[in-house]
Design a protein around this ligand. Sequence first.
Ligand code: SAM
Length: 341
Amino acid sequence: MASTCDNGIVSKVLSDSYGRTIRDLRISITDRCNFRCFYCLPNGEPPMARKETILSFEEIANIAEVFVDLGIEKIRLTGGEPMLRRDIVTLVEKLSRLKPNLKDLALTTNGHSFAEHAAELKAAGLDRVTISLDSLGRQKFIDITGVDAIHKPLEAIDAAKAHGFEPVKVNAVIVRGRNDDEIVDFSRFARDKGVSFRFIEFMPLDSGHEWSREMVVPGREIRDAIDAVFPLKLKETTRGTGTAWKYEFADGAPGEIGIIAPVTEMFCGQCSRIRLTADGQIRTCLFSTTEHNLRDVLRSGATRAELIDFIQQVALKKEPRHHINDAEFVPASRTMSFIGG
Ligand code: SAM
């Protein structure tokens, strides 16, 4: 698909069959993780993709370049735990060469080994970082993640602030009976640290298949709990193509609250995302039941035009919406740690 800009230059755009433009690419760079979060990858040592199926940095950079040519403006590196991929700084350097057409290069991490690499990542061109932190208490953090390492994401958040990543986002998946008693504490943390704290509804993407509707704390309930203690002001009246409703504190305190409610307030109509798994499969939705093998196309020696055509054809298959709330819901073909959140 091509469109003509005001200046007459023909530029390619990635669109789906429902009029949505795809601007945001999430690249999982490994399916390995050193945490065992109960809502994601709870059990022991899961089967990992074979090493030869994992895309090399060169392959990722080549594919990313094609995507950026197709109008992708944001790339987020994720996993698994992306910091487990050796020499991630080199990948960030390669991807940051795609700027200025690439406008935003971000990373989602559990923070385990971010602090010691924060300076290098910043120098290599990483713009933003999101750090997961599902409890502020040491024992509860262990119960949720399976590791005694709460100091790591806390150090990562401080390092991200110190190295000028802005805004620093912190993600917590809120699960009934596990950490919903910390909603106000998380908000106080956002104010004290001046970070954007994002409360995420639990989605049925856990490899333990323990998700149940009763475990989901609706975004509205989270917002009301915060608002009762720290009154909130909606920052923008639409989410745009973002996933979060964003709030500031009405008293002018620093920090921000983001509410991400994919289960109770579906935002598929505004979705601008597409995903590439560590083993080179394109996923058009978190909940896709099929994938599209870009790795084989790339490794078969496809020309650039053939790659573009393949990606455009895949984008047209993007699902109109997820079906979490429908009786006929079929779980995604892979779970979150393999897809890349
Ligand atoms: N390892 C990194 C981390 O911990 O942030 C990046 C990968 S992780 C899969 C990315 C994000 O997905 C995290 O913020 C995590 O909280 C979120 N996530 C994982 N499983 C989820 C689920 N079942 N429902 C909602 N969010 C989930």
